[in-house]
Design a protein around this ligand. Structure first.
Ligand code: 13P
Length: 248
């Protein structure tokens, strides 16, 4: 049985004060059958790691550099994130792909940089509305996942998590129906199973895109949905905790 995982991606929102308050509130609750991770903005990572001392909550970064070190002003290396106590990192979020022109190849390089530094990457995949309407969802997912598999190799996936985040569902309030999400999750698992059946069974597949306290339980009841990557609803500790409760 795969353990459920609920992750909160705050994106570029929050403050030092709200970070500490949120973590103090979440860390005192336990979730025996569900892992929890929070992805604050870079400047609050240190405070988040320091505040999340109980082991009930892990901390991750929203992005990383594909380079190990060097003259890359403004970039943050995987080893620096590990150094700060981050355990996870988002790789290839659609907002990075869209606004920072991250190609599949760059995403794969970041994935490898994360794994090499001992971070658990959360690889984000997802199609646009136009791609879905053109019947290209599986083709897009296959291309995005395939590039990472080819560039990084299967062994890089041992500690990886995959998040299916249809772009048309992110921040729009239009959640994918549970059966729509399940269909793509099953497709992602089949892509892994074609290469390694055990890896496919063990890899956690998160759904992201307008997950809220009132739709989480239905989504999480699907066979191949092992948790959620939550944006807007993760900003309030109470909503995040309600989503965690739906996963446990
Ligand atoms: P929303 O939950 O706000 O739709 O965001 C999803 C997301 O992008 C999480 O990474």
């Amino acid at each position: 049985m795969r353990r459920m995982l609920v992750a909160g991606n705050w994106k570029m929102q929050g403050s030092m004060h709200s970070t500490r308050e949120w973590i103090d509130r979440v860390k005192v609750t336990s979730s025996p059958s569900c892992d929890r991770v929070v992805f604050p903005p870079f400047p609050y990572l240190g405070a988040a790691v320091e505040a999340a001392t109980t082991g009930e909550l892990a901390v991750g970064a929203q992005d990383l550099s594909e380079h190990a070190e060097g003259a890359y002003t403004g970039e943050v290396a995987a080893s620096m994130l590990r150094d700060m106590g981050a355990e996870y990192v988002l790789v290839g979020h659609s907002e990075r792909r869209q606004y920072h022109a991250e190609s599949d190849a760059v995403v794969a390089a970041k994935f490898l940089a994360a794994v090499s530094a001992g971070l658990q990457p959360v690889l984000c995949l997802g199609e646009t509305l136009e791609e879905r309407e053109a019947g290209k969802t599986e083709e897009v997912i296959q291309r995005q996942l395939g590039t990472v598999l080819e560039q990084c190799g299967l062994s890089a996936f041992t500690a990886a998590i995959i998040a299916y985040e249809p772009i048309w569902a992110i921040g729009t309030g239009h959640t994918a129906r549970p059966d729509q999400a399940q269909q793509i999750h099953a497709f992602i698992r089949s892509q892994l199973a074609g290469r390694d059946a055990k890896l496919a069974r063990m890899t956690r597949l998160l759904y992201g895109g307008s997950v809220k306290p009132d739709n989480a339980a239905e989504l999480f009841s699907e066979a191949d949905i092992d948790g959620g990557l939550v944006g807007g609803a993760s900003l309030q500790a109470a909503d995040f905790l309600a989503i965690c409760a739906a996963a446990c």
